[in-house]
Design a protein around this ligand. Structure first.
Ligand SMILES: [Zn+2]
Length: 397
């Protein structure tokens, strides 16, 4: 009786094992296919990744990083010529980045031939913790100064308060501006008599193109690239006229963070090196992401930056929007980012001009206080103020 039972049990186990194997085929046919005919895929690092000392081991002349991915089970895998370690379908290897840009080539060879996957990554060699402060949708302060004809730019409370944050923390601001407030005020009406004040403040205060006007929403999401570039040129010309070349910054945020993919190269040609967006998913759709594909948008939603090699533009994820973050939630929003190696190096801090103005329907009385809390926190945690259009993402190149 006992012997018989154990035979039955053995058979049972055999059957289960077979069913298990069939189960794999039924549940994950893709995986099995990948094991036999499939090609090789580098999963880490991601194509376009921006890597710094937090992502590997710093050597005298390079950054040693791990490369890992998936390849057919029995294939021999090499990474940049060196045999990789295998563990099931997974492979791992180490390489050392020695230049700003490195190509990683993973090759698998086996019964079904040779496959390869190439990715390129950037080494942010001189990387240091840094923050940049960008304010979008600016137009009211320019109208205010032009109307009131102040003796100084800083008689306008908005610029006065920004200057205070600069004096206190060394903060730098890039103000992304419109051509018109659409109630009769346009940039050509702004006087050039403050030029020397702009110049004297240009080490911490820059002006950049943002859009022609606040409305319509998403003005460049479907606009042909020449229209965006024409609007950019019109605003750039005015900034240089009334504030001088030192104050001009190429745009780093386009209104609503949406442009046609064909606009990226023309933007690069206008000096754009970094574009910031939210890279957030709403109702199943990735948005405020410059119409980047889903895979890269998802990557950016949890990383500081990603290079788009086709255009040469690096995308940066906005870390905090002060006008939508109450004071008590500012530090809880920044703290976890500073602990995540993928998001700790660059703080992309952000807000919008309209919320500073008491006449605005959604005026935020403690808006400047919010800026103070955010800037104080990053300052106390060793982040340096930068402009994204200088160096590499604001850091030394
Ligand atoms: Zn905007």
């Amino acid at each position: 009786m006992k012997k018989k039972l154990s035979t039955t049990r053995r058979n049972f186990l055999k059957t289960t094992a077979a069913a298990g194997a069939i189960g794999v085929v039924l549940v994950q046919p893709k995986e099995l296919l990948a094991q036999t005919f499939g090609s090789i895929k580098i999963e880490e690092p991601f194509h376009g990744a921006v890597l710094n000392r937090r992502h590997g081991k710093e050597l005298n002349d390079g950054l040693k990083i791990q490369v890992s991915g998936q390849a057919p089970l029995r294939d021999r895998v090499t990474v940049n010529g060196t045999p990789a370690q295998r563990e099931g379908t997974r492979f791992t290897s180490e390489i050392t980045l020695r230049q700003k840009e490195t190509q990683i080539i993973a090759v698998s060879q086996g019964n079904y031939g040779r496959h390869e996957h190439r990715v390129r990554v950037l080494w942010d060699r001189h990387s240091q913790p840094r923050y940049r402060f960008s304010i979008d949708d600016n137009s009211f302060f320019l109208r205010d100064i032009a109307k009131k004809n102040y003796a100084s730019l800083f008689d306008c409370f908005y610029l006065k308060n920004l200057r205070e944050l600069h004096s206190k923390y060394g903060a730098r601001f890039v103000l992304n501006i419109y051509y018109t407030t659409e109630d009769g005020f346009e940039l050509p009406q702004f006087p050039d008599r403050y030029k020397s004040e702009w110049r004297d403040s240009s080490d911490w205060l820059k002006l950049a193109f943002h859009a022609h006007a606040n409305k319509p929403d998403r003005p460049y999401q479907y606009a042909p690239a020449p229209q965006l570039i024409a609007d950019l040129d019109k605003v750039a010309e005015q900034i240089v006229r009334f504030a001088g070349g030192q104050t001009y910054s190429p745009p780093t945020v386009i209104h609503w963070g949406m442009v046609q993919p064909t606009a990226l190269k023309p933007l690069y040609e206008r000096g754009v090196r970094v574009l910031s967006g939210y890279f957030r998913r709403q109702n199943g759709i990735w948005d405020v992401n410059y119409l980047l594909d889903d895979v890269r948008s998802e990557y950016l939603s949890r990383h500081d930056a990603l290079m788009d090699f086709d255009s040469g533009i690096v995308f940066s994820r906005v870390d905090i929007v002060c006008n939508s973050t109450p004071i008590k939630r500012i530090i809880p929003a920044l703290e976890p980012l500073a602990k995540d190696p993928n998001q700790a190096e660059i703080m992309d801090i952000f807000t919008h001009e309209q919320y500073f103005w008491p006449f605005y329907s959604n005026y935020i009385p403690d808006h400047f206080k919010r800026l103070d809390v955010a800037i104080r926190w990053v300052t106390e945690h060793g982040y340096k103020p930068v402009f994204f259009h200088e160096g590499f993402l604001g850091g030394p190149e």
